[in-house]
Design a protein around this ligand. Structure first.
Ligand code: C2E
Ligand code: MG
Ligand code: MG
Length: 547
């Protein structure tokens, strides 16, 4: 209940408070009027509202408190749970780590087992491939030169077969340790299997360096292996070399090319090294065709002989023919000898093929003679490998007898490479052939290493100047001087001189002026088959007029 009383302005606040003890009192003295106004209100009325608010506040804050406590409890329960999980994860991680450690150890042991050659302790094929590939990837950035050497032991099978596998194993171990000892520590050496070893030499300064090193390795590996289980064993390596980046951009290509070069070293007579050369590797198709079909190709009569005339410059008459082989392949058409002769040499097919050629040349001569063709001597190209075949002279003799051909109608052409290394067998074959009455020409002269003076050791009758000197004879004074000097020197030694690859009248005139005896080349006659050549021989006319 609210109310107001007007009182005289005389008394003090103490009187007023006493008059309204249970009331809330507000007093105000008016300044000019002696009246005091007192306003009083019942506290229940004033505080009632507040009480309700207070109650609501208490309820709310209790609810909040309960909520907060509940949340806190929930969060701490969650945290506690998480902590438990963490501890479990940490424990299992620790166990995992222990397990991984064990596995790593096992893996290390397994890798050593699978990456190391059990016999020699060298890296095996797998390890070598891994390490060498990484090394070559690095090489691509650094632009360094690398050399891949492929070793195959000559006659290893004989050692194994005759002295037993125990001695064979000891030999392989000894070779491995000599190889490792002769190379630098950072060169990769591995045994690929059997008697095949490889080495990747890094950061090589030049090809000559590799050449010297390969020579040294061949010598070291060829020295007698003393006391292998009581035996002194002789062997030598055939080494093929491929250079990075020249001969291959990746490891597989380098391995393939070094392998081919190794075969070529073997064909050359073993115990030597050979660099890869692109001519060893015609198309892959031909490579596999030759390997698989070679003997079949001889039996199926797929080889053909073409003949290219040689003309005497004095008379412009045809004075000889050169037999040039071609492979008439049922699928690939006519294949030229540059694409298969090096392979045939490398893979040991050249001897049977050479036998076929000798027989085919004599057969052709016999046919011409029977047909009344005025025949001239036919030259047969004989490769280095054939010249080391002990049967060569006997094969010529047999074919000459079989077709009743006089030996003066046969010539052979050999290249300078036949006269450089291991010439003992070559010389004895050449002596036997010369003794039969077969004339011998040195083909492609000027491209090899032999000087004319060396020729005195062999029964050579003719030199054929390589066509690379004839090509620019009119423009290149060096070539002109070389040709003139070769002709003069050869004549001094009593040799006949033939120029190969004459393609123009200018060249012909120049060669005549230089005193050359015979010429051969597309300008005069292209190689042609037996029938076409017989027509030319029949006419036997001067090939052309040199006005
Ligand atoms: P080569 O004995 O020096 O034979 C000459 C080569 O030069 C032949 O190539 C011939 O066709 C080619 N030729 C001739 N005149 C010219 C000319 O004016 N210009 C040009 N650019 N080339 C000319 P072909 O028949 O391809 O024989 C290449 C090589 O293959 C021969 O060189 C020889 O080394 C070898 N070869 C050929 N036939 C036989 C063979 O029956 N047995 C053996 N072992 N090797 C052979
Ligand atoms: Mg020739
Ligand atoms: Mg030639």
């Amino acid at each position: 209940m609210q109310g107001g009383v007007l009182l005289p302005n005389a008394g003090g606040p103490g009187v007023r408070a006493a008059a309204y003890p249970a009331q809330l009192v507000a007093e105000r003295m008016l300044a000019d009027i002696p009246i005091r106004i007192t306003v009083a209100q019942d506290p229940a009325v004033v505080l009632g509202k507040l009480d309700a608010q207070h109650q609501a506040y208490i309820v709310r804050s209790s609810a909040y408190t309960v909520l907060v406590v509940a949340i806190t409890l929930l969060v701490s329960a969650g945290l506690w749970h998480q902590q438990r999980l963490h501890r479990a994860v940490a424990r299992s991680e620790q166990e995992n780590r222990k397990l991984i450690g064990l596995l790593e150890q096992e893996k290390g042991r397994a890798i050593t087992l699978v990456s190391q050659d059990y016999l020699t302790g060298l890296a095996n094929r797998r390890m070598f491939k891994e390490l060498a590939s990484t090394e070559l990837k690095r090489a691509r950035r650094s632009r360094n030169l690398y050399a891949l050497l492929f070793f195959d032991l000559d006659r290893f099978k004989v050692v194994n077969d005759t002295l037993g596998h125990g001695v064979g194993d000891l030999l392989l171990k000894a070779v491995a340790s000599r190889l490792k000892g002769a190379l630098r520590e950072y060169d990769l050496v591995a045994r690929l299997g059997g008697d095949e070893f490889v080495a990747l030499l890094s950061e090589i300064p030049s090809e000559e360096f590799v050449s010297r090193l390969a020579g040294k390795l061949v010598a070291e590996l060829s020295a007698t292996y003393r006391d292998l289980d009581g035996y002194d064993v002789e062997t030598s390596p055939s080494v093929g070399i491929a250079l990075y980046p020249r001969d291959g951009q990746d490891l597989d290509e380098l391995l393939m090319h070094a392998d081919q070069a190794m075969y070529s070293a073997k064909a050359r007579g073993r115990g030597c090294f050979r660099f890869y050369h692109a001519s060893l590797n015609p198309s892959g198709v031909l490579h596999s065709e030759l390997s698989s079909r070679f003997r079949g190709a001889i039996q199926d009569d797929e080889f053909r002989l073409h003949f290219q005339p040689k003309v005497a410059l004095a008379t412009l008459q045809i004075v000889g023919l050169e037999a040039l082989i071609r492979w008439e392949h049922p699928e690939h058409g006519l294949i030229f000898p540059g694409d298969f002769i090096p392979l045939a040499e490398e893979q040991g097919f050249i001897v049977p093929l050479g036998r076929w050629i000798i027989d085919a040349v004599c057969r052709q001569l016999a046919q011409w003679r029977t047909a009344g063709v005025p025949v001239v001597p036919v030259a047969v190209n004989v490769s280095a490998r054939q010249l080391r075949d002990e049967q060569l002279a006997a094969e010529f003799t047999a074919a000459l007898e079989k077709y009743r051909i006089p030996p003066r109608l046969i010539e052979i052409e050999i290249t300078e490479s036949c006269l450089i290394e291991d010439t003992r067998l070559a010389k004895s074959n050449l002596d036997s052939l010369a003794a039969l009455g077969i004339r011998i020409a040195l083909d492609d002269f000027g491209t090899g290493f032999s000087g004319l003076s060396r020729l005195k050791e062999f029964p050579i009758h003719t030199v054929k100047i390589d066509r690379s000197f004839i090509r620019d004879i009119r423009n290149d004074t060096n070539d002109a001087v070389i040709v003139a000097a070769t002709i003069a020197l050869a004549h001094n030694l009593g040799l006949n001189v033939v120029a190969e690859g004459v393609e123009s009248k200018d060249q012909l005139v120049h060669l005549k002026a230089a005193g050359c005896d015979q010429v051969q080349g597309f300008y005069l006659h292209r190689p042609a088959d037996g029938d076409a050549v017989s027509t030319i021989l029949h006419k036997h006319l001067p090939a052309l007029q040199m006005s």
